[in-house]
Ligand binder design. Structure first.
Ligand SMILES: O=P(O)(O)OC[C@H]1O[C@](O)(CO)[C@@H](O)[C@@H]1O
Length: 880
């Protein structure tokens, strides 16, 4: 038995808080009923908005309805939604029959505009119930005072009701009373009671989100109130549904109105992702879970029966303490109800707008327009067929580590990126409020300190989107070159600069050194903010130094997969970007890549199959040709692909920012992927190079591209048989550099190399990586770019360019763990007169950089890779 089945055994019904057409038609819901004891479905305007706006499922139904003369978005919505509700009711009918009408329900919510209209609610709900005409359907009515009056009337009329948006125990009691009163009317009228069912949807995690924000940092009450509140509601349930009044109804066949725990997806990454399930287990209850919570519980949920009855004294104590803090739970509940209604109303509007937009031609079809896959076409097609047969996409979404490796290590706890488009919208308000405060406190600039996955997405946002009105000007520092640090320092008005220290592990040496350096300059904690994982050394440091804020990211999101998490979105919010729109685009792509979307219709699956199969066929140089407005995206994709796939002697070598050349410049080891509007690829396609074009409608679609490439990279990892979420060889260079610093071995410098030998060794399928440990100025970059093009055109090999130490956190893994086809040319300063001390450390930035040059060289040499060290001038002489 899996944990979900055990939960069912413990007396709790498992419903899913999700609905979408292909979820029904693909057989996924019926599979969940068979394998995971799922026995119900809940829907709401948000779920329908997502289903319609962010998936391709409804394109065809909309077109068909339009062809049959429907134009009105509301009418189209009801046609489609009610068809889904009926279909879901059919799938769940066996459960309903087997449980003799106890379980197997699907819920459909009244439109939010009826929330304060009792007669309107009653008449629409009755009409819907008649029209749907299925015994196992519930109509959702909100727990407003007008809604509660409607519950009584509807129950009396024999309509099954699910009362939603309940946050307070007092309101819950009114709801239970309304249900009893409705049943009593029926009894008095001599009508049967047995076929009337009801649930009371008590919201859980939203209560913690609201209360936690009112409590002081570190308060032990944080994260305690929602569960205590739900436990109290359960106590009221036990009282109301017992005793003489209830017994009379029960004897006549009445069913209890079961408490249903809703809002059970964890919002705060510091809390367990199954907390709102594990703590509320008890008989006669329902838990409706988002798919991510369902997957998490199946994976690691722990079933302790009757937790809903445990620790009641503690729950009491929580309420006492809450009152001592001056927090009135009833006020909070009223606020949550108002917010919940407003949220649903906004989603309903958006849903109708999305339908209106789709009445025009479908938007999501044709994400991939492969111009010429040439020799790769059959293998990619076969791979997609295999993926459909093996349910690869579905298994990825179920977070099944065996897609990659039999061992779950560094896989199961690295798949959180899949859920970010769904979970992060909850946090946009928090990010925006933070930025407003930052602005109000006079900060006009921001400086982000971070490496690799902690800095590359912010850089893409900044360079692609610019700074919007109301945003702060953000600069990213990921170089330890003393001149680069000095230049950043000079360019900032430090007093008005917010410093964002960004590190998942919280232990990255470059980031911590930068942090110490700037902290010593300003000495003001309120100028600093940290983004990190819960419990990291950086979190501790930030709290010790009194940082203005610490943003904790979900720990199951790896650095290079974090663009749509706080690591990407806080910097995006700082520059004034529309974070909600970024996530919306991400969600749209996530839906396009969903578990039911097969073959080339699934943009992430398709791209991953292409990249992986190309590499297997020797075309492992993934050459990205980016439209000018998306150019900065390349460095982010480079890290994602290189660090994810470059291991175990295989991998994909991303080639970015290599200017497009003539057909003769390229060997048969290339796959070209164009992003956005780019010209000049037809000759390459005509010459037999595989060329794929990805359509991107504009920079505002960045959120979609981040997700597409993450999904594709996960798929490519699967095709290559590697774990795309670890970076096993990164530590080698790190360790070597730290050892050199510790032992003060900087003088064991092997000196510069003659380049003729290494350059002469280049052959077919090789690549040259220029690793520049010099000041990353535009002028130096231009000189290095000229050199790489000369090497490419003369030697017909792919070239890459990275600045140290930044590339160590990007392509460094591939260099050491990937295919042995690289020639690594370290480019170092002839002299550097400037050095900067690092406060509190026995080495300077100049020494750190020097140790990193030597450390990486040592790590590469130990693996038998070709490495040479030179200066920019000597390299120019040897190549131009
Ligand atoms: O966010 P952190 O933990 O500072 O790590 C930064 C980068 O360093 C790496 O761990 C590699 O060194 C990357 O995977 C990561 O993106």
């Amino acid at each position: 038995m899996n944990p979900l089945q055990r939960l069912h055994e413990a007396g709790q019904s498992i419903w899913v808080d999700f609905l979408r057409r292909t979820f029904l038609t693909s057989g996924e819901l019926s599979r969940l009923t068979r394998e995971d004891a799922v026995s119900g479905i809940t829907s709401n305007p948000t779920i329908f908005r997502r289903a319609v706006a962010e998936s391709v499922d409804y394109e065809q139904p909309i077109q068909q309805l339009v062809e049959h003369g429907s134009r009105d978005p509301r009418e189209i919505f009801y046609q489609m939604a009610l068809a889904d509700i009926r279909a879901a009711a059919e799938v769940l009918r066996p459960v309903y029959v087997q449980t003799k009408g106890h379980d197997g329900f699907v819920s459909f919510e009244l439109e939010p505009r009826l929330a304060h209209d009792t007669p309107g609610s009653v008449s629409v709900a009755r009409h819907l119930a008649e029209h749907i005409d299925k015994p196992n359907v519930m109509i959702k009515v909100p727990g407003t005072s007008e809604g509660i009056l409607a519950v009584e009337e509807l129950t009396a009329a024999g309509v099954n009701v699910n009362i939603t948006l309940l946050f307070s125990v007092a309101t819950y009691e009114d709801v239970a009373e309304a249900y009893l009163a409705g049943l009593e009317h029926r009894l008095a009228a001599g009508q049967e009671l047995e076929r009337v069912a009801s649930v009371a949807s008590f919201f859980v995690s939203r209560v913690d989100s609201a209360i936690d924000g009112l409590l002081p940092e570190g308060s032990p009450l944080r994260g305690q109130v929602a569960i205590a509140n739900a436990k109290q509601a359960y106590q009221r349930f036990l009282t109301v549904f017992s005793g003489a009044r209830w017994d009379r109804l029960a004897r006549a066949g009445a069913r209890v109105q079961r408490p249903l725990w809703a809002s059970t997806g964890t919002k705060n990454p510091a809390y367990s992702d199954v907390r709102y399930v594990e703590e509320l287990i008890g008989p006669s209850t329902v838990n409706t879970m988002p798919l991510s919570t369902l997957d998490a519980f199946r994976d690691h949920g722990c079933v302790r029966p009757l937790t809903v009855l445990a620790d009641l004294d503690e729950a009491e104590a929580v309420f006492l303490l809450l009152r001592e803090h001056g927090i009135d739970l009833e006020d909070v509940a009223a606020g949550l109800l108002a917010d919940g209604l407003a949220g649903f109303a906004a989603d309903m509007e958006e849903l109708l707008a999305a339908i209106a937009a789709k009445v025009k031609p479908a938007r999501l079809r044709g994400q991939n327009t492969p111009t010429n896959l040439g020799v790769l076409a059959p293998t990619v097609a076969k791979r997609l067929d295999d993926a459909a047969r093996n349910e690869t996409a579905s298994r990825i979404w179920s977070r099944d580590h065996t897609v990659w490796k039999p061992d779950a290590t560094e896989i199961s706890d690295r798949l959180g990126w899949l859920g970010l488009p769904e979970t992060m919208p909850e946090r946009t308000g928090e990010l925006q409020a933070f930025v407003r405060q930052v602005r109000a406190d006079g900060f006009t600039q921001a400086l982000l300190l971070g490496m690799g996955g902690s800095s590359l997405a912010p850089e893409v946002y900044r360079r692609v989107l610019g700074v919007a009105p109301g945003g702060v000007d953000l600069t990213i520092l990921d170089s330890t070159h003393p001149r680069a640090i000095a230049a950043v320092e000079r360019s900032r008005d430090l007093e008005h600069t917010l410093v964002v220290v960004s590190s998942k592990s919280g232990g990255t040496v470059e980031t911590l050194c930068h942090c110490d350096y700037f902290f010593a300059k300003t000495g003001r904690g309120e100028q600093f903010v940290a983004i990190t994982d819960p419990g990291s050394p950086l979190e501790a440091l930030a709290r010790r130094r009194g940082f203005r804020a610490v943003f904790l990211n979900p720990p199951d999101v790896g650095g290079r997969y974090s663009a749509l998490s706080v690591f990407g979105l806080l910097p995006a919010a700082l520059i004034g970007a529309d974070v909600a729109a970024i996530l919306e685009a991400g969600a749209e792509m996530a839906c396009a890549c969903d578990r039911y979307v097969a073959g080339s219709e699934n943009p992430g699956l398709w791209l991953g199959a292409l990249m992986g199969e190309a590499a297997r066929a020797g075309r492992d140089k993934l050459t990205l040709i980016l439209a000018a407005d998306l150019a900065p995206f390349g460095a982010w994709a480079e890290q994602l692909v290189a660090e994810s796939t470059g291991k175990e002697g295989t991998g994909i070598v991303p080639v970015v920012d290599e200017e497009l050349g003539g057909v003769g410049s390229y060997g048969p080891d290339r796959l070209f992927v164009a992003l956005g509007d780019v010209d000049g690829l037809s000759d390459l396609a005509a010459a037999g190079h595989p060329v794929a074009r990805l359509r991107v409608s504009g920079p505002e679609r960045l959120g979609a591209e981040f997700f597409r490439w993450e999904f594709a990279t996960a798929v490519a990892g699967h095709v290559l048989g590697v774990n795309p979420f670890d970076q096993p060889n990164v530590a080698e260079a790190k360790k070597a550099a730290l050892h050199i610093l510790k032992e003060r071995r900087l003088d064991d410098d092997p000196g510069l190399d003659d380049l003729n030998g290494p350059l002469g060794s280049l052959g077919r399928g090789d690549y040259v990586a220029l690793l520049a440990y010099i000041d990353p100025t535009p002028a130096n970059t231009d000189r290095l770019q000229r050199i790489r093009l000369a090497i490419r055109d003369r030697k017909h090999v792919a070239t890459t360019l990275g600045f140290g130490p930044r590339y160590l956190h990007s392509t460094g893994q591939l260099h050491k763990g990937g295919p042995d086809s690289g020639l690594f040319i370290q480019v170092v300063d002839e002299t550097c007169e400037l050095d900067l001390p690092i406060p509190g450390r026995p080495f300077s930035f100049g020494e750190l950089l020097a140790a990193q040059v030597l450390g990486d060289q040592l790590a590469l040499r130990r693996l038998g890779r070709r490495v040479a060290r030179t200066t920019l001038r000597a390299l120019e002489e040897a190549t131009l």
